[in-house]
Design a protein around this ligand. Structure first.
Ligand SMILES: O=C(O)CCC(=O)C(=O)O
Ligand SMILES: [Fe+2]
Length: 323
């Protein structure tokens, strides 16, 4: 394990992996693997999202959250464990806490269009009828981030000495979710619990997360020396990090680094923050049993065998989304 302490997350160019130049490709795999073995986060450019789409998507997301609560509430649907549509303020809390985060969000899931019977496992998406363009913008972003995520997983498969396409069949029509988040303005601090934060410290559940440039500061990650460091991506970058499922599969070789979104200083508490992570999940039957190649004398097997579906179910209960 590399002991290096990063002051900021490493930046990589996804085009180095996809352009067909073998030495650039190999270097990308090495740099990504090293970063994920250490800090678990990278900033990526040439991810495929255009500025135009990003702008339009944020515009429709802002428009959705600016609506009256009664309108948003129509899209909070019972029985879906918050996996589609709107999830209201304070509903989700980090694992191990009970105070809800200071956020509301909207989930868009996989649209299965190729006759794959997995379709019956997924609830249908719900889209706000007040903002027709919301559907097109979120689905286009979903597909673009999913494609970038597949490339990242190809690179990781090589790093892990698996076949380059190891993850392909496992993420095909996977249970990924695009989450548009609004960290809402706080005008009266008496109305929120003293220990409430925008997003309390947590690891992501999924294989990898692709995070579209957040609109304001606040994201921090816990470095291995227990210092919180700020994450800032340049306008043309997205942040891509390892989630708990991949950490588990690799028996902690790839690190799912704890991160949080801190509250802004008092004078900015009345402002909103928006971010749009794409949580890349496999199909629920993916086996997350630690890879043999990641188990050895120095690193004995750390986790019970489990499928992705079982792991997700357990975590949704732990964070208050599943009752
Ligand atoms: O809003 C952000 O910048 C990060 C959000 C996050 O970590 C999450 O939703 O899991
Ligand atoms: Fe997260």
């Amino acid at each position: 394990m590399s002991e290096k302490l990063y002051d900021e997350i490493p930046s990589l160019d996804l085009a180095d992996f996809t352009s067909g130049d073998a030495s650039k490709k190999a270097q990308f795999v090495k740099d990504l693997g090293e970063a994920y073995n250490n800090i678990g986060f990278v900033a990526i450019k040439n991810h495929g999202l255009t500025d135009e789409l990003t702008e339009q998507l944020y515009a429709s997301v802002k428009e959705f959250f600016a609506q009256p609560q009664e309108v948003k509430q129509q899209y909070e649907i019972e029985g879906l464990s918050g996996q589609r549509g709107y999830v209201g303020k304070g509903k989700e809390h980090a694992k191990g806490r009970s105070t809800g985060d200071l956020k509301e969000f909207y989930h868009v899931g996989q649209e299965v269009t190729d006759g794959d019977p997995i379709k019956s496992e997924y609830p249908d998406n719900v889209f706000p009828k007040e903002i027709p363009i919301f559907k097109e913008n979120t689905l286009t972003a979903y597909q673009t981030l999913e494609a970038a995520g597949r490339q990242m997983l190809r690179a990781l498969a090589i790093y892990l000495d698996l076949k380059e396409d190891y993850f392909e069949s496992r993420v095909h029509n996977g249970n990924s979710i695009l989450r548009a988040i609004h960290y809402y303005p706080i005008t009266n601090t008496d109305e929120v619990p003293d220990d409430a934060v925008r997003a309390a410290a947590h690891g992501d559940i999924n294989l990898i997360t692709l995070l579209m440039g957040a609109s304001a500061d606040g994201l921090q990650i816990l470095r291995k020396d227990n210092q919180w460091i700020s994450v800032t991506a340049l306008p043309d970058q997205i942040v891509v990090n390892v989630g708990d499922m991949l950490e588990r599969l690799t028996n902690n070789r790839l690190k799912s680094t704890v991160h949080r979104v801190v509250n802004p200083p008092k004078e900015l508490l009345h402002t909103s923050r928006y971010s749009i992570p794409f949580f890349m999940h496999p199909r629920s039957d993916m086996d997350l049993t630690c890879l043999e190649s990641c188990i050895n004398e120095n690193n004995p097997k750390q986790y019970e065998d489990m499928t992705a579906g079982q792991f997700l179910e357990e975590r949704l209960r732990e964070i208050g989304l599943k009752k």
